[in-house]
Write a protein that binds this ligand. Structure first.
Ligand SMILES: Cc1cc2nc3c(=O)[nH]c(=O)nc-3n(C[C@H](O)[C@H](O)[C@H](O)COP(=O)(O)O)c2cc1C
Length: 143
């Protein structure tokens, strides 16, 4: 069973922290959508999309990557880190067009110093923490 995670992590590398820990524990190939706009995903059985939440959406690079590279009818899972709350709508709109089957979603807090939060030293400090990482690894292991 071949798995890949396509990720974008531009704020504090919160999402990358999850992705890298998952890759260490599970057999998963990582693709950084900020650095690479193309990849052949056809040989993967399950594809994950992981991103911070920016203005209520997955990162633009993920949305564009999925639109361009995700084959139809794939099994997909979603991971996000967020300062306030998870939001999967943006990526799900793209996945709908590709007739993807979403087999799981995982979200956790991620350190956030955007805008006014910077003034108070940021929110969700220390996240993703060890517990978040453990939960994320477990989530992918059982898919
Ligand atoms: C420009 C910007 C916009 C953000 N917008 C949201 C948002 O709408 N909702 C939310 O819960 N968090 C928001 N955040 C916080 C990030 O989702 C959070 O810090 C996330 O863990 C960042 O992931 P990363 O370090 O992998 O990029 C925003 C952060 C930035 C920098």
């Amino acid at each position: 069973m071949r798995k890949a995670i396509v990720y974008a992590s531009v704020h504090h590398r919160n999402t990358e922290k999850l992705a890298k820990n998952i890759a260490e524990e599970c057999q998963v190939d990582l693709i950084d959508a900020v650095k690479r706009s193309d990849a052949d995903l056809s040989s993967y059985d399950i594809i994950g999309f992981a991103s911070g939440i920016y203005f209520s959406k997955f990162h633009q690079s993920i949305l564009e990557f999925a639109e361009k590279n995700l084959p139809d009818d794939k099994k997909v899972f979603l991971i996000c880190t967020y300062g306030g709350s998870a939001n999967y709508k943006s990526i799900e709109q793209t996945l709908d067009k590709k007739r993807s089957k979403v087999i799981g979603k995982f979200g956790c807090k991620g350190y956030d110093t955007f805008g006014p939060f910077k003034l108070v030293g940021g929110i969700a400090k220390g996240h993703p923490d060890e517990e978040d990482i453990k939960n994320a690894v477990e989530f992918v292991k059982v898919l």
